[in-house]
Write a protein that binds this ligand. Structure first.
Ligand code: NAP
Length: 334
């Protein structure tokens, strides 16, 4: 669970007391809600109550409850189909390439397709290994090189380790107007190996931009995959989760903001690429499912002089979780 926050109003100013951070003791780490590496297999009290209510209701009125749940699911599907049709009718449909069809890339592709965008997806093993996923989410499986030629936006969502070995010409044919989104996070000890430039002070997404030879917009990097896949809500929903965006081109940030809104989250403009350290692993808002107001305060409270410490803490937590859960894949999905 995220660390507790509290807020109070003074006239028009809302003051948010964010938790102060010290290196947590072991049990505290597990409940601290480090984004990507939180163990959330234990349901929250609310979730447990809802499940229990449903189970009780099932015993008492099984078929009725099942019908209600089916109706709920049907409404959800109808809403998605309407959103898709609306975007297509308004001519707002983007051509989007997603490189990396794992937890984050797969979720972005699914949500973007449901929002009416024309999506192609790619992984490292070739389109034939993605046929089932592509069909399920209404996308087309292609090679990474083809995904990189998407007209409007290319989302790069692969481990840092893999970015280092991408073909140098991967983005050579990417249209000049396409926005490239980087969802990546750097975990030197737990997964990626040490990258000297980053250890020397380069920001994670600056390094990615340097490797691929194109500017990027950093987004979708702070939210756990599970939250991205399941916690999107309609605009205006109270406490809708926010996703921060950083990049030097304001128009590119605005396009990513539109996509984020369409996928069920409040976009939060995090400013230029030089500010993107506020989104890096272990920072105050990282993996906390905060709404826009709280995430803004969390980004503001993040301390630049502590970048290495934030990273170290997130990395150590990841290593610990790998020991507990058995693999980095299990940790990423938790
Ligand atoms: N998991 C989270 O909660 C989370 C949250 C926010 C940000 N992130 C960050 O987002 C990035 C992706 O994370 P993830 O959890 O989605 O990873 P993931 O589930 O392991 O998926 C990685 C994907 O990248 C593909 N890939 C690897 N190398 C490639 C290459 N050279 N060319 C094309 N595709 C390649 C893999 O394809 P194959 O399977 O064919 O190799 C796979 O589809 C990471 O940097 C991660 O730190 C993760």
């Amino acid at each position: 669970m995220p660390a507790a926050t509290s807020s109070s109003s003074h006239g028009n100013v809302v003051v948010i007391d964010l938790p102060t951070r010290s290196r947590p003791s072991r049990p505290d780490v597990a409940s601290r809600g480090c984004p990507q590496f939180d163990v959330i297999s234990t349901p929250t009290e609310d979730q447990a109550n809802i499940r229990q209510d449903r189970a009780d209701a099932d015993i008492a009125t099984g078929p009725k409850v099942c019908r209600a749940m089916r109706r709920e699911r049907q409404d959800e599907l109808t809403q998605k189909a309407d959103a898709k049709a609306t975007n297509q009718n308004k001519g707002h449909s983007m051509k989007l390439g997603v490189i990396g069809a794992g937890l984050i890339g797969g979720a972005v592709a699914r949500l973007a397709s449901a929002a009416g965008h024309e999506v192609v997806i790619a992984n490292s093993r070739g389109p034939e290994t993605l046929a089932a996923l592509a069909q399920e989410i209404g996308a087309r499986a292609v090679s990474a090189h083809e995904a990189a030629t998407a007209e409007d936006m290319v989302v790069l969502s692969i481990p840092f380790l893999a970015v280092a070995s991408l073909s140098p010409d991967l983005f050579a044919a990417t249209p000049a107007g396409a926005v490239i989104v980087d969802t990546g996070n750097y975990y030197p000890q737990a997964r990626d190996g040490v990258i000297a430039e980053i250890e020397d002070g380069m920001l994670d997404s600056e390094w990615v931009a340097g490797r691929i030879g194109r500017p990027v917009v950093k987004a979708f990097s702070m939210l756990k995959a599970r939250s991205l896949a399941t916690r999107g809500r309609k605009p205006g929903t109270p406490e809708r989760i926010a996703i921060a965006i950083s990049g030097d081109d304001a128009q590119a940030r605005a396009r990513v903001a539109t996509l984020i809104d369409q996928t069920g989250f409040d976009p939060l403009d995090g400013g230029a690429m030089s500010e993107s350290w506020r989104q890096q692993p272990g920072t105050i808002g990282y993996c906390h499912d905060y709404d826009a107001l709280t995430l803004r305060a969390a980004l503001a409270a993040t301390n630049r002089s502590r970048i290495a410490w934030y990273r170290e803490e997130a990395d150590a937590f990841a290593i610990e979780q790998i020991k507990l859960l058995g693999s980095i894949e299990a940790v990423s999905a938790a």
